[in-house]
Structures are given as C-alpha cells and as structure tokens.
Design a protein around this ligand. Structure first.
Ligand code: CP
Length: 307
C-alpha cells in the first residue's frame, strides 16, 4: 500500500510495490484517456530549490494529465525561502495547500528532514549528490521495457559516479535484482562514494569492477548509463574543467558496442554523448525521459491512493 507514504530513497518501496507502479504505468501508456480524471480535485506542490527541466516538468505534466492541478516554485528566490524560512516551516505550510509534494534540494538529506514534518506524501526529486529515486523508477521502467527484464544484466555506469545521484540510486535499485553486474567507469577522482561500494555492492556480494577506460569495456555491457560531470558539486572550477570531457560517447566508440546494448542518460547532457549517436537505434535517452512522465503519473496515483 503506497497511499500516504513518502519516497525519499530508492529502497523505500519493496520490489512488489515498485512492480505495482510499473504495472499501472504500463496501463497508463496503453490507455492514457482512462486516467484523465484520476486526480480531479487534487493538488501537487513542486518545491524546487535547484534547477530542473525533466523532473519538475514531468511531474507537472503527470499531474495535469491525471486531471489534477499544480502549484509551487522553480527556484527558492521566488519563495519565502529567500527570507530565511526553514524547510520544516515551508513543508508544514505547503501541506495546508496541497495533497502531495515533490522536493529537489542541493543539500543531501533535506527531503528526508522535510518528510519528518510533512502531513502529505513527499517525494525526493534529487538531494545534492545523494539520491534521485524517481529518476531510478524512470530508469527501471525504461530498462524493463527495452530489455524485458531487470535481472541478469551487465550495467556500465560511466562519468561522474562520485556526485551523480542518479548513478547512486540506480546502483542501489539494480542491486536488488538477481545476478546483475556493474562496470563502473570513471576517472579516479570521480569514483563511486565508499558507502555505495561498501554498503551496497560489497555487503550484498554484487559483482563489480572499477575501470577508467570506456573503450575497453563498451563491448561487455547490456546497458550503458552515461552521466554528466556535475559542475555544480565541484569545489573548484579547475578540477571541473580538467575532468568535464573525460568521456565522450561517439559513433567510433559505438562500433565496439553490441547490437542489443541500450544507451541511457538521465539528461541533461553536456558533451558526453555526441549528437551523431542520437540516431543510433540503441540510443534510448529521450524515450527514457518520456517513460519518466508515465512512471510519475503512476507514482502520484499510487501515493494518493486514487483509482
Ligand atoms: N534527470 C534529471 O533529473 O533532469 P533534470 O535535472 O532536468 O530534472
């Protein structure tokens, strides 16, 4: 039962509950007109303390397509956060106006703190370099739709694995399915944080390797998950400039990938996938963005407990 719950971490929902969300998302994809009044009279609040295109707008589109309405702010400077209001007071106030809320925040753990004061279901839409559970639902639905399975896969994650919250959440989530393996491709400065290596991978005896060269492993992966180097999380610009073009996936590299591989990217991309790759049938990142809207429709409906 997902009604009334918060979603802060990818592990907050059981595999069965996630499957329920996917089942509903598939039904919505097949028959969207059946759901246009599901959220009549309901209000979603979007509280974005950091920039976003996909997450905020796909949540908004999702609620509007379910017949609900949306309020919120897309940057804290346009809200009373700019006057120094605390996160707990903001969420207590928003709970007086809305039925469900989505929060993105630059500080790790901020949505978790907000959820402790929230009388309405709260969804973490990305907290700093920590977690991004609804991107993970998007990624899992895309993988399931394209590969027909969430098990027995070799997943290559490439780029900024230190600050990339989508990578952290995906590793956590895919570690729960049987016989998945990870190839973690990053410069040594941008390797996955220790807590992911120790508490997720090693603790669960998940097979993984850490490498620096994409060229050496591209032929071994079923899924290549490219990520952007997260400029906004760096302490100095020099390091960002040195590392930002560590990986550029282009047509030449794609020649060594297998025909069934799929390329995912949470987007936005900066330079890490050449535009020439967009026409490759294995490039799934814009389709992935669309799955993001459908899975958020299913998530909202489940968390509100509407038919
Ligand atoms: N994937 C993702 O979180 O994109 P936005 O930052 O545009 O929301």
């Amino acid at each position: 039962m997902l009604k009334g719950r918060h979603l802060i971490d990818p592990m907050d929902f059981s595999l069965e509950e996630i499957e329920e969300i996917f089942k509903l998302a598939d039904q919505i994809i097949l028959n969207p007109e059946s759901y246009i009044h599901s959220c009549d009279g309901k209000i979603l609040a979007t509280l974005f303390y950091e920039p976003s295109t996909r997450t905020r707008l796909s949540f908004e589109a999702a609620m509007l397509r379910l017949g609900g309405k949306v309020i919120g702010f897309s940057e804290p400077s346009s809200s009373s956060v700019a006057k120094g209001e605390s996160i707990s007071d903001t969420i207590r106030t928003i709970a007086c106006y809305a039925d469900i809320a989505v929060m993105r925040h630059p500080k790790e753990g901020a949505p978790r703190v907000a959820s402790m004061y929230s009388d309405i279901p709260l969804i973490n839409a990305g907290d700093g370099g920590h977690q991004h559970p609804t991107q993970t639902l998007t990624d899992l639905l895309t993988i399931k739709s394209k590969k027909k399975n969430l098990s027995n896969l070799t997943i290559g994650l490439c780029g900024d694995l230190k600050f990339g919250r989508t990578a952290h959440s995906l590793i956590k989530a895919m570690s729960r399915y049987k016989n998945n393996k990870f190839i973690l491709i990053s410069p040594k400065e941008l390797k996955v944080p220790d807590y992911i290596r120790r508490e997720v991978l090693e603790k669960n005896n998940i097979e993984f390797v850490e490498v620096e060269r994409l060229e050496d492993v591209i032929g071994m992966v079923d899924i290549l998950y490219m990520t952007r180097v997260q400029r906004e999380r760096f302490f100095n610009e020099e390091d960002y400039i040195r590392l930002k073009d560590s990986y550029i996936l282009d047509g030449e590299k794609m020649k060594n990938a297998n025909d069934e591989m799929i390329i995912l990217h949470p987007l936005p991309r900066v330079n890490e996938i050449s535009y020439e790759v967009d026409n490759d049938p294995r490039a799934c990142y814009f389709g992935q963005a669309k799955y993001g809207m459908y899975v958020r429709m299913a998530l909202i409906a489940k968390m509100l407990g509407v038919k």
